[in-house]
Design a protein around this ligand. Structure first.
Ligand code: ADP
Ligand code: MG
Length: 342
C-alpha cells in the first residue's frame, strides 16, 4: 500500500518524427544522449539513460509507434534512497509520450509498461508497486493495490487533517549486498509457495498460517519468510480498515509490528533503520518502520504534529552518537501521482 510523495520528476517532451531519441537530465552531468529508437536493445545501457530509453523501448515493443522525442528531465525525488526515483522518471516520461502520441493508455497500463522497461531493458527485477504508485496515486490517499490483478482502491490518508505527520528518514546508506539478498528472499518465498502447494504466498490465508508453518518446520529460513509475507498481507488489511474507519493513530503499532517482522523474519533491515525506528518510538512517535527494498534506504515515522521536532532531533542525535552519516529527514504528504502540468 504505497502513497505518492510530494517530490516530483518533471519531463519536458516534444515529439520527433525522425527516429531519434534525445535525452537530457538536469540532475546528471554529461549533456545530451542521442539514440535511435529502432536500435534500442535491452541491457545494453548501464547509465541513467536506460530508464527513459527503456520506456520508449517498452512502448514500441507493445506495438506503439513512437518515432522519437526530445526529453528533458528534472527530479526532486532522492535517487537510490528506496523512494523509487526510477519509477518516477519512467512514469512521467510514459505519461508524456502517451499524451503526445495519443496512445490512450490508462495509468495502470503505463505502470505495467514501465515495469517491463525496468525488468527487461534496465535489467532490474522490480515489482509493479512503485510504478503504479507514481501513475495512479491521488492526493490525500494511499493506494490499496493488488499486484496480482492490478485492482486498486484509494484509501483516505490525510494525516494533516488529524493533527499527524509522516516523516521520512532517509538513512543515506545502501548496503552493498542488497541485490543478492533480494534474489535470495525471492527464491525463498518461491520455495515456500512450492512447498505449500500454492501459486504465491498471498494464497496462504492468515487463519491457515499456523498449519502452514507446521509444514515448514524443517526449513527455518523459509518458515520465517512465509511468516513475514502472510502476516504482512494481514497488516496491510488491518491498516486499510483502520484508515477507512478513521482510526488513523491506531496504525502506529501495526507499522511497528511490520518493522519487527522485516527485521527478524524477512531480515532486510540494517542498524541504521533499526536505530531510526527504536529512537523515534522512544522519542514519542506513534509508529515507525522501514520502507523500500531494505539494507538501507528510508524509514517512515508517524508522529503527532507537536512531536515532530523532538523526534527529528532524537534521530539526528542518535545517528551522530552511533557515528552514522547524518540522515535526511523530511515530511511526506500523500500527494497526486503523475499528471500533465501544461
Ligand atoms: P530508487 O528508484 O530507489 O531511487 P534506483 O537504483 O532504482 O533507486 O534508481 C536510481 C537511478 O535512477 C539513478 O541511479 C539514476 O540512474 C536514475 N535517476 C533517478 N533520478 C534521476 C534523475 N533526476 N536524472 C537522471 N537519472 C535519474
Ligand atoms: Mg528504483
Amino acid at each position: 500500500m504505497p502513497f505518492a510523495l510530494p517530490h516530483q520528476a518533471v519531463a519536458a517532451v516534444s515529439r520527433r518524427e525522425d527516429g531519434v531519441l534525445r535525452l537530457h537530465s538536469a540532475d546528471i552531468d554529461g549533456g545530451v544522449t542521442e539514440l535511435r529508437v529502432a536500435d534500442l536493445t535491452p541491457e545494453s545501457d548501464k547509465s541513467w539513460t536506460a530508464y527513459p530509453a527503456g520506456v520508449v523501448w517498452a512502448l514500441r515493443e507493445a506495438g506503439h509507434e513512437i518515432t522519437g522525442a526530445d526529453v528533458h528531465l528534472a527530479s526532486t525525488v532522492p535517487a537510490g534512497a528506496g523512494l523509487s526515483s526510477s519509477a518516477a522518471l519512467e512514469v512521467v516520461l510514459a505519461l508524456a509520450l502517451n499524451d503526445l502520441y495519443g496512445l490512450g493508455l490508462r495509468g495502470w497500463q503505463l505502470a505495467r509498461l514501465c515495469q517491463r522497461a525496468e525488468n527487461v531493458y534496465v535489467g532490474a527485477p522490480v515489482g509493479i508497486m512503485d510504478q503504479t504508485a507514481s501513475a495512479c496515486c491521488e492526493e490525500g490517499h494511499a493506494l490499496f493495490l493488488d499486484t496480482r490483478d492490478l485492482s486498486q482502491r484509494q484509501i483516505p490518508f490525510d494525516l494533516a487533517a488529524e493533527g499527524l505527520r509522516l516523516l521520512v528518514v532517509d538513512t543515506r546508506v545502501k548496503h552493498s549486498h542488497s541485490e543478492g539478498e533480494y534474489g535470495k528472499r525471492r527464491a525463498g518465498c518461491e520455495k515456500g509457495a512450492a512447498l505449500l502447494g500454492v501459486d504465491a504466498l498471498r494464497d496462504v490465508p492468515y487463519d491457515g498460517l499456523d498449519a502452514a508453518l507446521e509444514r515448514l518446520a524443517d526449513d527455518e529460513e523459509v518458515l520465517r519468510l512465509v511468516r513475514h509475507v502472510v502476516t504482512e498481507d494481514q497488516r496491510v488489511e488491518r491498516v486499510v480498515s483502520l484508515l477507512e474507519s478513521g482510526e488513523t493513530r491506531a496504525i502506529g503499532p501495526v507499522l511497528v509490528e511490520g518493522h519487527a517482522s522485516l527485521r527478524d523474519d524477512f531480515r532486510i533491515s540494517c542498524p541504521e533503520l533499526d536505530l531510526t525506528v527504536d529512537t523515534a518510538l522512544k522519542a514519542g512517535a506513534l509508529g515507525a518502520r522501514m520502507t523500500g527494498g531494505g539494507f538501507g534506504g528510508s524509514a517512515i515515522v508517524l508522529v503527532e504534529i507537536a512531536d515532530v521536532d523532538a523526534v527529528t532531533e532524537a534521530v539526528q542525535e542518535a545517528f551522530a552518537a552511533a557515528g552514522f552519516t547524518a540522515p535526511r529527514v523530511f515530511e511526506a504528504v500523500a500527494s497526486a501521482g503523475a499528471r500533465r502540468l501544461r
